[in-house]
Design a protein around this ligand. Structure first.
Ligand code: SF4
Length: 222
């Protein structure tokens, strides 16, 4: 299993190259993207972030001062804009009121402590918290998403019932052969590679296995 998971990265990386994910000009933009990307395509998130940038509102203090209605309008392209405006508002309230607008301060501490800090914000779940930790906070916290679960279960690396924590601990314990910044980059790019495969090949109904870089790792029929 460990060997397969490590080989999977080599195959995906050979296919896509390093993906330089997560896109964003600042750690705060990464956090905003992590909230907005829930249940929508990245293209829609980009439109919403472009709106915030064009209106010069992409900063904690500026978003903090916006009304719910104003924020919802700006992020409308991301879909579920009322819910997401509430979640983004909750995140920014904590960032401004408890950490003096400083994401660095908010991300300061051991990974479990910062993770709990993020998870205690209403609307921030494990996937969003781990995306913020891994891509905005330089914390070693592997991100699991629906693509991860689909790919892993189709390859028998987990079963349909495996939950977020099980998958995260499987990835973190299997992909721990590096350390420091190399490990961080490895986990950042590993998740990005899975997103690439999930988005392009591992479709929900009809997986395009023949074109997929992970074809060699499909379980053999017995
Ligand atoms: S498309 Fe096929 S080969 Fe690729 S990850 Fe999905 S199940 Fe595996």
């Amino acid at each position: 299993m460990k060997r397969d998971l490590r080989k999977a990265y080599r195959l995906m990386h050979k296919h896509f190259g390093h993906r330089n994910w997560w896109p964003g000009d600042s750690a705060f933009e990464v956090c905003v993207g992590a909230i907005l990307t829930q249940n929508t395509s990245w293209k829609n998130v980009e439109h919403a972030i472009t709106n915030l940038k064009a209106a010069k509102f992409l900063s904690p203090r500026k978003i903090y001062k916006l009304s719910h209605k104003e924020l919802a309008q700006l992020i409308r392209p991301a879909g579920y804009f009322n819910i997401k405006a509430k979640r983004l508002g909750n995140f920014v309230n904590v960032l401004v009121e408890k950490h003096g607008d400083s994401l660095k301060r908010m991300m300061n501490g051991s990974t479990p402590i910062v993770r709990n800090r993020l998870l205690s914000i209403n609307g921030i779940g494990p996937e969003t918290a781990d995306s913020m930790l891994l891509y905005a906070g330089n914390h070693h916290s592997f991100v699991i998403d629906a693509y991860t679960k689909r790919i892993f279960s189709r390859h028998d690396w987990c079963n349909e019932k495996s939950d977020y924590d099980e998958l995260q601990s499987l990835c973190e314990s299997s992909l721990n052969q590096k350390s420091g910044p190399q490990q961080l980059d490895y986990w950042q790019d590993y998740h990005a590679q899975l997103v690439g495969v999930g988005n392009r090949y591992c479709k929900p109904r009809t997986p395009l296995c023949n074109e997929c870089p992970l074809k060699a790792l499909l379980p053999t029929e017995s």
